[in-house]
Structures are given as structure tokens and as C-alpha cells.
Design a protein around this ligand. Sequence first.
Ligand code: FAD
Length: 286
Amino acid sequence: MGLVHFDVLILGSGVAGLSTAIKLAKALPNKTVGVVTKSYENESNTKYAQGGIAVVWDKLDSFESHIEDTMIAGDQLNNKEVVRMVIEEAPDRLKELIGWGAEFDFDHTGDYDLGKEGGHSANRIIHHKDITGFEIETTLLNQVKKLSNITTLPHHFAIDLITDHHINQKIKSFKKEAINCYGAYVLNQNTQEIDTYVANKTIIATGGAGQVYASTTNPTIATGDGIAMAYRAKAQIEDIEFVQFHPTALYQPGVSPAFLISEAVRGFGAYLVNKKGERFMLEIDD
Ligand SMILES: Cc1cc2nc3c(=O)[nH]c(=O)nc-3n(C[C@H](O)[C@H](O)[C@H](O)COP(=O)(O)OP(=O)(O)OC[C@H]3O[C@@H](n4cnc5c(N)ncnc54)[C@H](O)[C@@H]3O)c2cc1C
């Protein structure tokens, strides 16, 4: 194929990549959006998310309470502006997903069934059984299929961003503001050829890096490729030391990813205990 052009190139087909693709394609119907993804098009962390989406939905719950819980869970190191933005936008984003066809479980009153999870002081977890991520990923892919200006390219592995020095531009400065991105080099795993994808805008949505650790509940695709590409392109990488490890998983040495034991079990009242039955976490984090 050699040279491929899209107006916008998105790397990754999880919730971040697909929802961005949908919004862009709807807002800019005359522009083309390419989504390259290194495995099957639904393979992602998103697909495996279980417990659900934390959102202030109950009238008795409040944004302030959700923000406070989140700040406590983050030991007050969180960027409060971002926490507020995510929490206050969550109900609208959820309605958007519902509008796109996502289905969530109802309780006996006919409203959404709100679960409770560790770290939350209120019931605010909207879920689709215990396969919420699969429902979201499927909904997003169905939407993508309806938009003729989005092309998804499964089994296409983004290798590196194309920046000034790849195209013999004279590099004026290594300051991040001075470096432009022109697309990415992508390995087509079907042909084993590396093609040049040129785009006006390139968006990295390649997810996390859980697989760099011996024990993780993240799927094998989570190898931090996007973070590494951005680092090589001299982008600023922030807060890389903050990695979420899910507190409960099935202990099976050598098995990766580890089978995740849902957060919902603690919401239903389960405790973390050692083999003597003692609640050891109370001494570490109350
Ligand atoms: C087992 C499990 C349970 C979870 N449960 C919950 C939950 O209940 N609630 C919750 O809020 N969160 C949960 N999470 C976390 C949540 O799933 C993630 O935070 C979220 O899905 C991240 O979305 P993303 O789009 O950023 O990344 P991902 O969904 O990981 O998508 C990244 C995409 O990029 C692709 N990619 C990566 N590298 C390349 C490359 N070099 N070239 C091309 N494509 C590439 C991947 O194949 C994938 O398609 C859970 C995660 C796991 C693993």
C-alpha cells in the first residue's frame, strides 16, 4: 500500500479511540478518520472492563461527594480540575452512550441499577451485568460501522510517529512545541509491510502499559506502545508513576493476564484479608 492519507489518524480502538473517531466523523462529515489497531478491532482494555461506570445518577448523590471520594482514593494527588471535569461530564457522556445503543441493567423501580464499589460512599456504578466494557466496546464499534468516513484497520500495528526528523525537516529546536507530527509508520500484519500513514492530526489512544509488569489484569495489548512513541517524539509524558493495580485477582502464578475479581465484591461488603483472616490493609490505607 505504501502511502495512506487520512485527515485524522487515531491509534487504538478502545473507548478513547472509538469515541473520538465517532465524534470527529459526525462533526466533520467531509473529513476522513482512520483507526489503526494492532489486534482484532474490539481487542482492548475496554472490552474486559467489568464492574461498570461510576456516575452520579441518584438524586441523593452529588458531584461534590463523588469528587471527594475520588480525591481521597487518589490521596489528594489528583488534578482536581480534571477530576471535576470527568465527574461533572459523566452523566452526559453516559446518556450519549445510551443514545448510541448501550444497554445497562435496571433495578425493580425501573431506573438504572446502581452498584457500589470500593472507594465510593454512594451507589453510583452503572453496569451491564459484569461485562460492561464489552457492551460499551460493541456499541461503539456498531456506531463506527454506521459512519462511512471512518475506516478501521485491525491488525495494523503503529510503530512510530512521523515527526520532522523523519522527513528531513531542519530541526530548529528540540522543545516539544517546535516538533510537528505528520502521521505514523504502521506495520500491516497481514502483508508484513510497513506503510506510511500521513494525517493532518494524529491521536494516540493506545491505552496503558500493564503488561510491562509480571502480574497484571490487563490484556496482552497493553504494552504502553503509545507512551513509548510519544516519548521518542519528545512529547511531555506526565504522571507515569501512577499505575492502577486492581486489588483483587485470582492467584495463578505464571498466568497473564490474571483473572480479575470484580471491584463489586468489596461494594457488597467483602474485605481484603491475609491468610490469618486479618484485614491487613487497614494498617496501610484506611
Ligand atoms: C480486566 C479489567 C477490568 C476493568 N474494569 C473496569 C471497570 O469496571 N470500570 C472502569 O471504569 N474501568 C475498568 N477498567 C479500566 C478500563 O477498561 C480502561 O481504563 C479503559 O478501557 C482504557 O481505555 P483506552 O481506550 O484508553 O485503552 P484500551 O481500551 O486499552 O484501548 C487501547 C487500544 O490501542 C490499541 N493499541 C495499543 N498499542 C497499539 C499500537 N502500537 N498500534 C495500534 N494499536 C495499538 C489496542 O489494541 C487497543 O485497541 C478495567 C480494565 C481491565 C483490564
